[in-house]
Design a protein around this ligand. Structure first.
Ligand code: KG4
Ligand code: ZN
Length: 344
């Protein structure tokens, strides 16, 4: 790659967002664009993989056209193409991978498959306030809940993880059982903010045990039982949402504190869709303040899935690695520890 400005296109299609962005070595993020499939999947109460793939196919070319216009670039200004190669929905991943590889082949530039969780982790590097290595990271998304010791880019050691549901999954399932119109964590948060107190004490799972693993399925069951035994009024729904959100945030904060104490590090990065949760952000901010540690978050729109994190991670990878061969392969499952050592 040239030492002058290098522009990397990033393509994200691992689940239900079609997203693209261009990261420039000289100017940072030039443009990003996202099409959400929320409306498409809403009637089914969850993401339908086949519909997700088909919609990604429909959106790839218009998204790229729009993105190049926004960045005021032409196709021949792009120096490399990065795409999410896993983990995620196989069909959805294949759409992004096939599109990315074909563009790279047509344009005669390198392409590289990116680990989705590594991209989430590095999204914070697009902010003005960014951490220095090493740091502890809490990665909380719809499919994963991980506590990581991050030594440098590509050097990720897992300190703890969920033994059952991911934090985002617990939010989504709780939203469904409370019959919210959109079964998402953001909806739980919205109704929880309508109340300032509640009469419940929800469990903080696994905090009495040593270690840094999580478990959220018991909390989900507790929430369901509490809801079923309640008067099921709108007020009660908001109070239960609030108690649930507090329990998740508290549990995550307790484990993050332990991880900072265990490693002796003084920086915490929080990433993934659940990092958009205001209550969690506040709780973690208070915890790090009490330890004299610093906390770093991506901006809200880069907590959830986006193309910018893929473009940035692709830029980092193409600086250090060779581009992948042009065959198209993706992985539904892919351990983060092997993000840079194993190809998709
Ligand atoms: O990182 P992400 O966009 O996709 C995955 O890689 O999974 O995360 C999506 C998850 C969903 O479970 C969603 O409910 C949750 O993040 N989420 C939230 C909030 N916004 C998104 N959870 C709690 N509060 C929010 N404000
Ligand atoms: Zn994600």
């Amino acid at each position: 790659m040239s030492t002058k400005s290098t522009n990397i296109l990033g393509i994200e299609t691992s689940c239900d967002e079609s997203a693209m962005a261009i990261f420039s070595s000289e100017h940072g993020l030039l443009a990003h664009h996202l099409h959400s499939q929320v409306e498409l999947h809403k009637p089914y109460g969850g993401v339908v993989p086949e519909l997700a793939s088909r919609d990604h196919v429909r959106k790839m070319v218009p998204l790229l056209r729009n993105l190049l216009d926004k960045a005021n670039l032409k196709a021949n200004d792009i120096d490399g193409v990065a795409y999410t190669a896993g983990p995620g929905l196989l069909g959805a991943l294949l759409v992004g991978a096939a599109f990315a590889r074909s563009l790279a082949f047509g344009w005669g530039v390198p392409s590289i498959g990116i680990h989705h969780l590594e991209a989430h982790l590095l999204a914070v590097m697009l902010e003005d306030k960014k951490p220095k290595f090493p740091f502890v990271a809490l990665l909380v998304s719809g499919g994963h809940t991980l506590l990581l010791q991050v030594e440098s880019i590509g050097n990720y050691h897992i300190l703890g993880e969920t033994l059952d549901d991911a934090a985002g999954e617990a939010f989504d399932k709780t939203a469904r059982l409370l019959e919210l119109p959109y079964a998402t964590g953001a909806e739980i948060s919205k109704i929880a903010s309508q109340v300032s107190k509640h009469p419940y004490h929800f469990p903080r799972p696994m905090i009495d045990r040593p270690g840094l693993d999580f478990s959220f399925s018991g909390l989900k069951t507790f929430t369901r039982n509490t809801w079923q035994k309640s008067d099921q009024s709108t007020q009660t729904k908001a109070e239960i949402a609030c108690a649930f959100e507090e329990a998740v945030a508290d549990t995550l904060a307790i484990k993050c504190r332990r991880a900072l104490e265990k490693t002796g590090y003084d920086s915490l990065v929080v990433a993934g869709g659940v990092a958009a949760n205001q209550h969690l952000r506040k709780q973690l901010q208070e915890m790090t303040d009490s330890l004299n540690a610093e906390i770093f978050f991506p901006r809200h729109e880069f907590c959830t899935d986006n193309g910018a994190m893929v473009a940035y991670t692709g830029y980092q990878r193409l600086l250090t690695d060779k581009a992948d061969a042009l065959d198209i392969s993706v992985r539904a499952r892919w351990p983060l520890a092997t993000a840079t050592t194993e190809k998709p």
